[in-house]
Design a protein around this ligand. Structure first.
Ligand code: ADP
Ligand code: MG
Length: 460
């Protein structure tokens, strides 16, 4: 008769085969069989989030594995609770993890970027294995894996969008790295769209456009990162459009990332937009607290390092904006820990994180937006918030309305009320007007960018 630990260990071994190492560590660490009675196996999990995740995503697989191993399993129940047989005791590597006491060999703290392959443009460190999957990025992750299984066929193009630092580059490069690993003979090319633009300009200057065209038409997988920049000029869109068609017609896979969905990229030509919308569009959302915690723990585990629990929780609770900053905060703490050969305690962690710019995002108020718009267009607040219909006032007011909506997600009735006691239809109209102008006049983007910089800059 197999012991509980052994039974669970076997289940885990099977599950590990079907999921990435990072996800496996994230969702299955610290799980154990708590009880087996009358055909019901009770699995203990460390928190409610893991419980939901196992229930929703892995239940069938767990049940199937348990049945295969134990025979008469009718049901699986999950309980949040302390574990008497944590996974860490079964994995030799994890077992040697130091408790919060920190002893990090210097060489582990490789803050350097991985090597970039000049032929493919890929960075070796972006892999599926170290990509944590949670509900915020599950769809794009599944789509990316489908692309690896069936390049050019299932989802073509695959269009992934989301805010900065949320894993777009990591995920699209993971597709390239994985495909190359499986089929070293294929040609893949990763390129950020700004770099693509640079190449085109160079090619025009050196009259090597036809070689450049060749280069892009001969790949099996093209990954174009941050495509929103390409929409700024017609020439780039034109070149990309032709490359896209040449690849698409031959069932070559195209993967695209962007900070917004195709329909929201101002000045994106409709012929490109329809192409993009003809494939799969998946967005990466923002990880919640539990997921941020899971990501930090995974990164620590992959590095085989530790920090006190309350410090890790503090980081997860404070650095909310994105995963890049989360990683940066963690690295800073680890660096400090190696320098002083002891882990920072919570107070020290607070100090360290407060020193850097990526500390809690500045809170801005509607007032700050209104004031910035006033200054920017050199009008008085009174003019802006009152009912003036002068053209030189109406326009900034619309822009202020747009920014209140975009930056603070204010409701339209609130916006109307704040700016000239108008009703919500005026605010909606203003918002749409600016949206339309943004797509018709690219230079307005710059104006917005300047405004945003001013809005978020600290008061002087
Ligand atoms: P984006 O391209 O969306 O701006 P990146 O792909 O550059 O974001 O991700 C920022 C950093 O966060 C990278 O170091 C990346 O490895 C890391 N990262 C992003 N998403 C994940 C994830 N799901 N799991 C682990 N690390 C991640
Ligand atoms: Mg990126």
């Amino acid at each position: 008769m197999m012991s509980r630990e052994e039974g669970w260990k076997n289940v885990l071994a099977e599950i590990e085969l079907t999921t990435s190492r990072a996800s496996f560590i994230t969702w299955f660490q610290e799980t154990a069989i708590a009880d087996i009675a009358e055909g019901v196996v009770t699995v203990s999990v460390p928190n409610g989030f893991a419980k939901n995740w196992l229930q929703d995503k892995y239940h069938k697989m767990i049940l199937r594995c348990l049945r295969g191993l134990l025979g008469d399993t009718r049901e699986v129940a999950y309980v949040v609770g302390t574990l008497d047989r944590p996974l860490s005791q079964m994995r030799p590597k994890a077992r040697s993890l130091p408790k919060p006491v920190f002893m990090a060999p210097q060489e582990r703290l490789e803050l350097r970027e991985g090597a970039v392959d000049s032929e493919s443009g890929l960075n070796q460190r972006y892999l599926f294995e170290n990509f944590v999957v949670g509900s915020f990025n599950e769809l794009p992750h599944v789509a990316a894996q489908a692309v690896v299984k069936n390049p050019g066929l299932t989802y073509n193009p695959l269009f992934i969008y989301g805010g900065v630092g949320l894993g777009k580059t990591h995920l699209i490069q993971a597709i390239g790295n994985e495909l190359l690993r499986q089929r070293p003979e294929i040609k893949v090319r990763y390129i950020p769209s700004e770099k693509f633009m640079g190449e085109i300009v160079d090619a025009i200057n050196t009259r090597t456009m036809s070689q450049l065209k060749e280069r892009y038409r001969n790949v099996d997988l093209l990954m174009m990162d941050d495509i929103q920049f390409i929409a700024r000029t017609e020439k780039m869109q034109e070149e990309f459009f032709h490359a896209f068609n040449a690849l698409y017609e031959r069932n070559k896979q195209i993967v695209i990332s962007s900070d917004k969905p195709p329909a929201a990229i101002p000045t994106l030509e409709s012929r490109l937009r329809t192409r993009f919308e003809g494939g799969m569009i998946a967005d990466i959302g923002e990880p919640d607290f539990e997921t941020r915690l899971a990501i930090l723990k995974t990164k620590l585990r992959i590095k085989n390092l530790a920090l006190p629990d309350d410090v890790v929780e503090y980081v997860a609770g404070t650095v909310k904006s994105n995963i890049r900053e989360l990683e940066g905060a963690l690295n800073r703490l680890l660096l400090r820990a190696t320098m002083t050969a002891s882990p920072p305690d919570i107070e020290e962690a607070k100090r360290i994180l407060a020193q850097v710019s990526g500390a809690p995002k500045r809170f801005i108020s509607p007032k700050k937006i209104i004031r910035t718009v006033d200054e920017f267009y050199d009008i008085t607040e009174k003019e802006l918030v009152h009912r003036s219909r002068k053209k030189e006032i109406v326009r900034p007011r619309q822009i202020a309305m747009y920014l209140l909506r975009e930056e603070l997600k204010c409701s339209f009735p609130f916006i109307g009320e704040k700016l000239g006691k108008k009703d919500h239809t005026t605010a909606i109209h203003a918002y749409k007007k600016i949206l339309a102008d943004l797509s018709a006049h690219p230079e307005l983007e710059n104006e917005m960018k300047n405004l945003r910089e001013k809005i978020y800059s600290p008061p002087v």
